[in-house]
Design a protein around this ligand. Sequence first.
Ligand code: NAP
Length: 301
Amino acid sequence: MTKYNEIGDLTNKVVVITGGTSGIGKEALTFFIKKNATVYFLGSSLSKGELLLQEVRKIKEDAKIYFYQCNQGNLSEVKRVANNLLEKLDHIDVLINNAGVMRNPKFELTVDGIESQMGINFISHYVLTSILLPKLKNGNNPRILNVSSIAAQGAKIDYAHFNDYKKYKPSVVYSNTKLAMMSFGIFLDSFFKKNNINIKSIIVHPGVSKTGLFSRYKSKLMKFGGFFIRLISQTPFSGSLPLIIGAFSDGVESLDFIGPKCMFQTKGYPKKLKLYKKGTTSKTIDFFINGAINITNIKFE
Ligand SMILES: NC(=O)c1ccc[n+]([C@@H]2O[C@H](COP(=O)([O-])OP(=O)(O)OC[C@H]3O[C@@H](n4cnc5c(N)ncnc54)[C@H](OP(=O)(O)O)[C@@H]3O)[C@@H](O)[C@H]2O)c1
């Protein structure tokens, strides 16, 4: 794979990224902008989005960057923004499904009645991707990146229940959402291949990176976890490298899984990794995709 610092000029490249307002998403989009790409980024916080626009314009006055406020815990907002983009854009070269929350300590439902982590981390991206697909088909070497996590290895699935929880365990549910993102990426790859669609589906993970993910929800575990993470983690920029490489390096193929190579994948320069077994079985993929279909009534066909 081309090294990130060998990626050339990105003029005419159009990137849509969720979770662009902070953390690894913000780092990746800043890189794309410096290389002259056009970037459309989503985030739920208007103030963070506006602040980032100002920051970026200080680095690059003529940056082609556009912010769409969107609470991904509300599917009608996701559909509204996706349909706006659909109308506005001729093509999309890269879609990065990156937004996420981790370990909401309380069991909460989104406005659509989906457990909040699953709704924001996976279902919203399922909907966004399905709506934007026609524009990705028009892209140049188009790619869809799903952001997963090493946490996906801790997933524990109750195959009989997608959205009803007898017992809510925040970290297990988070792991399940990140496994869902991996399974969704694998599903997209086989869907594209079956239908001769020239889009690459790439799965990435940022290792452990010092971002807002660890401070969004306040709980004792997260406070301790946050402290520990600060000790062992890498910078948000290092965490964004799998996204940057997955989006624009040469030598990246559909179904590649890209993440850090050192310290049990927690840090280091990205390399191609083995997909986690749990996410690759047809039982697991069917579980997540059928769950998404039942909730959204949207089918890829
Ligand atoms: N940091 C790590 O160590 C790590 C490890 C593995 C995987 N990941 C994954 O990396 C991705 C990015 O996380 P990060 O580490 O960069 O954390 P972050 O700094 O907290 O960024 C999360 C992003 O998601 C957005 N987001 C959260 N809730 C949202 C909602 N309801 N609607 C729309 N956007 C929402 C946030 O935007 P607003 O604040 O504007 O809502 C923010 O831009 C996540 O999918 C996470 O699971 C991170």
